[in-house]
Design a protein around this ligand. Structure first.
Ligand code: F0G
Length: 482
């Protein structure tokens, strides 16, 4: 039996590869965009061919054995060390409990209603309650490695965020401590109170600007080009590597057979869908999986540039950012996703290997997102609005006939429902402004009901109070005595 706690001794050479002009740069400095042409990067393992020499069954056994590892560095997303950032050392790996998130089968009644077997992968069960922790664990481990090599005594990490990136970045920075310090830039009023409380609680410097995420993104891009800061948005390719773990875990959960699986992923800045495609492509190249799962990106019609691009015929396709409108899938409310060039490049490879139906993007309405989130959560799930968006995407894909009832689906619940409780509240109280276009189904509204009044508590002794409250409860529930 292999020693599952042993940190791998192998190291690989890695390079940034520009998706625009193909220029390559060594991985030992922090780069975000190509100095020559300004396009984004993906990281490439120059020794990937050597990984292919290991038989696929041996890779599967290695990852399966490591699932039981007690070595801190191998418990999270670095279970897949060799496929991610195999130049880091054990002492650099930051582990806060990220990854290994559960796949929860749809409740039987929900499955029956939707009409095909599906499950949620609850990425809201990561430490900062969103999938971003996968990427941050990798980006922060890399930063630790860099700080050690360069003896840096202070590094400011910055990010723009719709809420979750900032929560995650601030959490990891607080844990690592010196020399790292976290600064986050948020669009004022467009981050939920729960998301805002996270970087505040972690002690980050929290800055706000009027506008939307796309405005904040341009500011931190300008900052990263002109000042010495470490950018933690998914322009940072180390984030993408960490998020590839979603694909690895999914393949492993389905026993390395994802042939008839359809994944639904909400698309905002497009880092997540990039990472998921990249992860499955790597597994396929190693033979660890033999066919790719189908991948469906989902976008709200209020922020749908990627949908629009792929909805056009291949000859007429033109990339055009959109101006976003208020969306309940607020975390994905992005009109100019920085990772779009990565999506375009990887989707072309994905389609060439998996066929036209392997990668598609579906559009959903705001109303559908809210209805689907509430439907899921009334069946025992913990979907955020973006998780609701995935279910709405599945329902639309079924209605369009682009997914069959003989297939099965996996929906990405990218954050915990609690972060988006405010949207649930707006639904229950019919409080959405006209800009959202959401009309609540009143039968779903749920409110707390008061049983007794403050005066009862103040005037009755404990025993009488208990009896009166129990009687009030029995009356409310129409209970019959036994
Ligand atoms: N779901 C949630 C909960 C998110 O926070 C995000 C993105 C997405 C989906 C979209 O993923 O950007 O990789 O396409 N949130 C970023 C942030 C933009 O700043 O927290 P994506």
């Amino acid at each position: 039996m292999a020693n599952t706690d042993a940190f791998p001794a192998m190291r690989c050479r890695m390079e940034y590869v520009c998706l625009g002009c193909g220029a390559r740069y060594p991985a030992d400095s922090l780069l975000y965009t190509c100095p020559l042409c300004g396009d984004v990067f993906l990281l490439e393992n120059l020794d990937f061919a050597a990984l292919k020499e290991r038989p696929a069954a041996s890779w599967r056994a290695l990852f399966d054995n490591r699932a039981g590892s007690r070595a801190t560095a191998l418990r999270g997303v670095f279970r897949y060390y060799e496929l991610m950032a195999p130049l880091l050392d054990e002492e650099d790996i930051v582990y806060l409990g990220e990854g290994a998130t559960p796949v929860i089968e749809a409740a039987p009644a929900l499955r029956a209603g939707v009409g095909l077997p599906f499950a949620y992968k609850n990425d809201g069960q990561n430490p900062s309650a969103s999938f971003k922790d996968r990427g941050m664990a990798c980006a922060f481990s890399y930063l630790k490695w860099l700080c050690r090599r360069n003896n840096w005594d202070e590094v400011l990490t910055v990010c723009a965020s719709t809420g979750d990136t900032s929560a995650s970045a601030a959490l990891y920075a607080a844990y690592v401590g010196a020399p790292l310090k976290s600064v986050v830039l948020l669009p004022g009023g467009k981050v939920t109170p729960q998301q805002l409380s996270q970087p505040l609680g972690s002690g980050a410097t929290v800055l706000e600007l009027p506008g939307v995420f796309d405005d904040c993104m341009k500011v931190v891009e300008h900052l990263a080009e002109n000042y010495r800061v470490a950018l933690l948005n998914s322009k940072n390719s180390w984030r993408i590597l960490g998020q590839e773990s979603y694909a690895y875990e999914t393949a492993q959960w389905y026993n390395w057979d994802v042939a008839d699986l359809c994944l639904f992923v909400p698309v905002g800045n497009a880092g997540n869908i990039t990472a998921i495609m990249s992860g499955f492509l790597k597994l396929r190249e190693l033979g660890v999986i033999t066919s790719l799962p189908r991948l469906f990106g989902v976008q709200s019609e209020h922020a749908d540039p990627v949908y629009r691009y792929y909805a056009a015929s291949p000859e007429t396709r033109q990339w055009r950012p959109v101006r976003v409108r208020p969306s309940v899938a607020q975390a994905a409310m992005i009109g100019n996703p920085v990772s779009f060039p990565r999506v375009r490049a990887l989707a072309a490879r994905y389609i060439s290997l998996g066929g036209e139906k392997a990668f598609q993007v579906v559009q959903v309405k705001e109303q559908q997102i809210m209805d689907a989130m509430l439907l899921a959560n009334r069946h025992g799930h913990i979907a955020c609005t973006q998780g609701g968006e995935c279910l709405a995407g599945l329902q639309n894909a079924l209605a369009l006939g682009i997914i069959g009832r003989n297939e099965r689906a996996l929906l990405d619940a990218t954050a915990h429902s609690l972060k988006f409780a405010g949207f649930q509240e707006l639904y229950f109280t019919d409080g959405f402004g006209p800009e959202y276009g959401v009309t609540p189904d009143k039968t779903l509204a749920n409110r707390p009901e008061a049983l007794l009044c403050e005066e009862d508590r103040a005037t009755l002794d404990d025993e009488a109070y208990t009896r009166r409250a129990a009687r009030a409860m029995a009356a409310r529930l129409r209970l019959s005595a036994k």
